[in-house]
Design a protein around this ligand. Sequence first.
Ligand code: SF4
Ligand code: SF4
Length: 281
Amino acid sequence: MCDFCHKHGEGKKWYLQAKNYSEDLMSDLRRRRFITEFFSHPEHLTTDVAGLTQLERAPAFVRAVLTPYISNRQKRIHFGQVVPIEDVDRIFGFVTSIVRLACICRQTTVGSEQRYCYGVSMAPQGGRFTEIIREIDADYLTGPNTAGLEMLTKEEAIDSLRKHEKEGLCHTLWTFITPFIGGICNCDRSDCQAMRATVVYGLPVMFRAEYVAQVEPDQCNGCRACMRVCQFGATGYSAANKKVVIDPRRCYGCGICRASCAKNAITLFDRVKVPAAAYRW
Ligand code: SF4
Ligand code: SF4
């Protein structure tokens, strides 16, 4: 279990607790201001990336002090976790509205609207989270009329996420002042600033999933399709065995490799039951 499961999930998966999506949490004015600010200024992401580059160039002792400080601050305000599609399906099962909207990271990297993010809420019609987004005059959300907010059924949403898996995108959920969870994104290392911070710059702003993937060697034909989609460099190919192996110390447990495997050779296991991965978050 990650830290948040102990702090916000009573020892169970924190993101499967309905209270962490509740309108009660959304009534907090500080949280509402944070969300407004977050979505109003996508350009802040560019500044954040510039900061990461500077941090990477800083002396080792500076990085050693600043990295845990920034990571812990992010845990309080905007932190993520990788989640496989079966857990996203469970979340979609108890939230009462799902809204697809433009990805704030891709607005920065690609410069155009790309709908890869999903707002989730325990209130019908998107609740206060959607109200706040609608109030923001942000061009990347297709303008003040926010026509870009699409209400989806659970079935439409899960179907859409399965398509993102086929694109090689990893599902992540995000807090807006922890423990409130407001969104599920679909990320890759090129465009997701949080994934880049965590994986490329060594500044963790998201947890690994509660799972870790393993390949069943007898079922693997060595096609290497899984290697092409792993965002975390966790797969390796054995030329001698003509099989792929997954390094549990690097695996984030997203399950995207599984979606690409025509031989059904990849399974997700509980992270805590795999000794090499159990304490890696
Ligand atoms: S996609 Fe499946 S069959 Fe192909 S190398 Fe990976 S685990 Fe093996
Ligand atoms: S090996 Fe692990 S991190 Fe890589 S795609 Fe598979 S589940 Fe995700």
